[in-house]
Structure formats: C-alpha cells, structure tokens
Design a protein around this ligand. Structure first.
Ligand code: PHE
Length: 356
C-alpha cells in the first residue's frame, strides 16, 4: 500500500474478515427471528417452544452459534464474542418480558388459578348438613305407623275454638281453655279468638269431619303452651297424634299398637303400661308409660274416642268406635337419643346437632 492512498489506518469494516462478517450477520438474523417468535407466542406452551428453539441448552440456535464463534480467528473472536453475548442477553430479556406478559393475560382470564393448583394438597372438606333429630324422629314415627296402615296427615297450627276444644268435648268452663294456658291470638272484636293449637287432637276432628270410617291416621306437628322453658318443658313442642276408627276396636288394640310402636322405635321388647286418667275426649282415658332401661317413662295420653266426640263430627257412636293417643315427640326423642335437656333440640348448636 502506498502512502498516496492515505490509507494508513484500516477502517473497522475493512478489518472484518468474511468469516466474522457472516457470523455477525447470522447473529443479527437469529436475533430478529427470536424477536418474531417471542412476539408471536400467545401462551406458555408456544413461548416454551420458542425458548427451546433459541435458548435450548443442547440444540438451541444460540448454542449452535457458539460453534461458529469458536471457528473464528483469534483476531475476530472478541468482536464476535461481544456480538454473541449481546444477542444472548437481548433474547433472554425478551423471554422474561414475554413470560410476564403471558402470565398477566392468564391471571386476567382466571387461568392462573388453574396453573396454581397443587394436586398434592389435601382438598377442602365439604360440610354436608343433615336432618334435625326431631325431624328424624317424626319421620321414623311416620314410617313405623305406616307399617300398621296409619296414614300421615297434617293440620293447621292456628286453630279455632271448635277444633281445639269444643268438638273435643272441652267445654267453655274447662280450665284447659284458660287464657293463661293458651296462646290466644288478638283478633277483631266480636270474632271468636283463634289460638295456636295446644294439642294435635285438633287433627282428629279435622280428619273425621271430612272422612268416613274406617280411619287410621297419624299426625305429627307443633303445639304451643305458655310453659316456662326448663329441661322438660318448652312453649313450643311436638306431638304425635294417632287415631283409629273401626268397628269392634277395643283398648287391647290400642295397647297392641302402642306396644308395637314403642318396641320398633326404642328397639327390643318395650313394655307399655296404662294408668287410669281423664281426658274430655276419651272414655276410658289412660296415661301411657313405657319401660326403658328399667325405668317407667310417661309418654302421653290415650283412650277410646268419647261418643260425644264421634257425635260432634256426625258419626254414629253406636256403629263405630275407635281409639286415639297423643305422645310427646321430644320425650320419645330424648329417650331414644339420651338427651337430658329438651332445650338442646332448639338451640341450633351444631356441636349438639352433629351427633345425630
Ligand atoms: N291431647 C292430649 C294432650 O295433649 C293427649 C291425648 C291425645 C290424650 C289423644 C288422649 C287421646 O295431653
């Protein structure tokens, strides 16, 4: 080279060997391809495919460039290495950015939650409720009585004087009608006051008024009396009412039915005992006791339906006879489940209710 040409210092470009030039341009196009692929990745798996293609440790395209890099001359290698490192840093940064972009989009769609499920964690237990012990008792009584042909019927909880008292031969002067012993409802003046029924015997009347004998019905439901709540009393409780009207019915049938019921409900051969008593709507009347664990427990009242009651519903007392009984649901449930305080049935404390 002559001094005239003035080319004392080689320009950078002039110093670039062909090999280095092709290395540099290949690095550039690799960078461009990676940018395109990363930008096109719209989900995690597409991005991962691109990552393997460009940054894969074994056969990634960047890895392949290292082969070319080592093929450069010692003079070219620093420039090539610098370019290579920059390309690698650029592509790696693009991947991190793309990963964040995709994760953010998934969270928006609610899909990140799916990704975040750890199947090795114990599941969340679903707490399933169950039927209240009193309702269980009611259903069980209905089921047992249905085996003897007793159909389950319902009656209203707000009653009139006729169904709660008069048709049941409970006269106007009877102490059971005392306002202090009943929940009378305030009604317009001149109208006969209604009340919350104090017994399920009302249903006997309602059924007999509508149907003719033979009849076998059982009715379970709430009754109301202004009692002070204690371990065995509550102003609202439940009764089972049974009624059978068929020609030739006797007290022996009544006792057999109650014996069958008690034995089925409490399990084993439960003894049943009658004690003389009085109810205006049965004649004769008895208190029903059942023996449980060597103890006699009072379960309710019963008797032969009084002819006056049959007459009040238009039956001929000379042609039909029948028996009726009324038992306390809380009492028999408390017996069966060993509950000492009936108020526990109404407290809605799951620690109590869960046990049944
Ligand atoms: N109704 C009565 C009571 O509540 C129970 C009973 C029902 C008695 C049927 C005899 C016949 O105490």
């Amino acid at each position: 080279m002559s001094a005239e040409t003035g080319s004392t210092e080689p320009s950078e470009n002039a110093a670039v060997s062909d090999l280095l030039a092709s290395f540099l341009s290949e690095t550039d196009s690799l960078c461009t391809a990676a940018k395109t692929a990363i930008a096109a990745a719209s989900d995690g798996s597409m991005l991962e495919k691109a990552r393997i293609e460009f940054l894969g440790a074994r056969s990634g395209r960047l890895k392949a460039m290292t082969q070319l890099l080592s093929g450069l001359t010692a003079v070219d290698r620093p420039a090539g290495g610098k370019q290579f490192n920059e390309a690698k840093a650029t592509i790696t940064a693009l991947f991190s950015a793309a990963r964040e972009r995709i994760a953010a989009a998934q969270t928006k769609d609610g899909l990140a939650v799916v990704d975040a499920i750890d199947v090795t964690l114990p599941g969340e237990r679903v707490r399933i409720g169950h039927v209240h012990p009193l309702t269980q008792t009611i259903r069980r009584v209905q089921e047992i009585m249905s085996r003897l042909g007793f159909e389950s019927v319902d009656g209203p909880e707000v009653e009139d004087q006729w169904h709660n008292f008069e048709a049941l031969a409970i006269g106007a002067e009877h102490p059971a009608r005392d306002p202090l012993d009943n929940f009378y409802l305030a009604v317009a003046q001149g109208t006969e006051p209604l009340l919350l029924r104090s017994q399920t015997s009302t249903v006997q009347i309602r059924v007999m008024e509508k149907r003719r004998p033979p009849l076998r019905i059982v009715s379970l439901g709430r009754v109301y009396r202004p009692d002070t709540a204690d371990a065995t009393h509550y102003p609202m409780f439940h009764q089972v009412e049974g009624l059978l009207i068929e020609p030739g019915t006797t007290m022996a049938h009544l006792k057999s039915v109650l014996h069958f019921f008690a034995s089925s409900f409490l399990g084993g051969d439960v003894r049943v005992r009658f004690r003389p008593s009085f109810f205006p709507f049965t004649e004769p009347s008895v208190e029903v006791d059942m023996e449980w664990d060597g103890r006699w427990i009072e379960m309710g009242g019963a008797g032969m339906v009084d002819p006056a009651v049959l007459e009040s519903v238009g039956y001929d007392p000379d042609a039909v006879s029948g028996f009726a009984f009324g038992l306390g649901v809380e009492r028999i449930a408390a017996r069966r489940y060993g509950v000492a305080d009936i108020r526990d049935f109404y407290r809605n404390d799951v620690r109590f209710l869960e046990q049944f």
